[in-house]
Ligand binder design. Structure first.
Ligand SMILES: Cc1ncc(COP(=O)(O)O)c(C=O)c1O
Length: 366
């Protein structure tokens, strides 16, 4: 009988992350509206900075010093409280690993970001899933699941894939209801898409309390998904914990140079935010004129809309129909949402074409 290494049982229980697709079933490249990337691309200043990066033969600055100080200056945060990650994915995993282990519990909401399940299981913790409130976050339900074994609570605000958003008062209520030894991770991957007056107060909470970590990313509005750069901020103790277990050179030379330049181009960020808000409003309004075909776009504060299909046209058929017309979107049966299709907000003509295609399909189904 041959013997081979056995993975830990909790690692075996992980379903690998399913990324948004770039091609259709036949391998054809499609317009990608499946991964919530920035349809406007990347700031020209960031693109130009690629050539200024340190030589590839050299290891990057392990502390991402210039980048952390620029992030700190922009957001009013002491750089000592900022930790960089290879995407915010790395930081979400480090948060779970740093604070939870076998037998501990990690809570997040049903229809939360799929990495939370992986992050919890990776360290042997038990994922505990709070029921949603009509696809949004129910703070009461979340708090009701806290036990002596709870170590970490993950919340994306706005949330992916639903687009739902908890206002400042609800975030404060969630934090106030948690014991001080429970780490609240507020994942703000889409925060820059919010109007400035809609700030959920998470950065202020992370500044004021010892049990809050906020994660952010350069993958979304900054248009740097391919460079894999995220950051997190929390109390000095939390930053030090994550710093101890992160990869030592976890942001590349080009990533550091491009992110630094991207931060300096807030005009691009504002332009992308305004484009997204305008196109999202237009797209949802177009869906609203469809008549009673059972399509329901959930209210979204992010750069995508989750449409629920309750009529004759199914989410699967809409997904396939859009792929035939050249668009790859995100159908979500693997996340318990076979009725849901998530569509990233793209360019104006793309959104017009998608709305028209959905109309044609909905009206065509007998
Ligand atoms: C809610 C949320 N958090 C985190 C991430 C991870 O982003 P990245 O690892 O590219 O920073 C995503 C990406 O889709 C997301 O939707």
């Amino acid at each position: 009988m041959s013997v081979s290494p056995e993975p830990k049982s909790w690692i075996n229980a992980i379903h690998a992350y399913v990324p948004g697709k770039s091609t259709g079933a036949d391998g054809r490249a499609l317009i990608k509206l499946s991964a919530n990337e920035n349809p406007l691309g990347t700031s020209p200043l960031a693109l130009a900075a690629r050539d200024t990066a340190a030589a590839p033969s050299r290891y990057p600055d392990p502390e991402s010093t210039a980048l952390r100080s620029a992030i700190g200056a922009l957001h009013g945060i002491d750089p000592a409280r900022i930790v960089m990650g290879t995407g915010s994915d790395e930081l979400l995993n480090l948060a779970a690993q740093g604070y939870a282990g076998p037998g501990d519990e990690v809570i997040y909401v049903r229809y939360g970001f799929s990495v939370y399940d992986i992050a919890a299981r990776r360290c042997g913790a038990v994922p505990v899933i709070a029921p949603d409130a009509d696809y949004g976050t129910d703070v009461g339900a979340l708090l009701g699941l806290v036990t002596d074994r709870t170590r970490v609570v993950f919340l994306a605000n706005p949330n992916n894939p639903t687009g739902s958003f908890l206002p400042q008062g609800e975030i404060a209520r969630l934090h106030a209801g948690l014991r001080p030894d429970v780490l609240l991770v507020i994942d703000q991957a889409y925060a820059e898409y919010l109007a400035p007056q809609d700030d959920d107060g998470a950065l202020a909470l992370a500044e004021a309390h010892a049990n809050v970590l906020v994660t952010r990313t350069f993958s979304k509005i900054y248009g740097l998904a391919g460079e894999r750069i995220g950051w997190a901020t929390g109390a000095p103790g939390i930053a030090a914990t994550l710093g101890r277990i992160r990869g030592p050179f976890n942001v590349s030379n080009t990533g550091q140079a491009m992110a630094l330049a991207a931060l300096g181009d807030q005009g691009f960020v504002t332009h992308a935010r305004e484009h997204n808000a305008r196109e999202r409003t237009r797209f949802v309004a177009a869906l609203g004129t469809l008549g009673n075909h059972g399509l329901r776009p959930l209210p979204s504060e992010a750069n995508f809309v989750l449409i629920l299909f309750a009529g004759k046209l199914t989410a699967e058929a809409a997904y396939n129909g859009l792929a035939e017309r050249g668009y790859i979107t995100r159908w979500l049966p693997g996340q318990g949402l076979p009725q849901g299709l998530r569509i990233t907000i793209g360019l104006p003509d793309q959104m017009d074409e998608i709305a028209a295609a959905l109309r044609e399909m909905a009206e065509g189904v007998k």
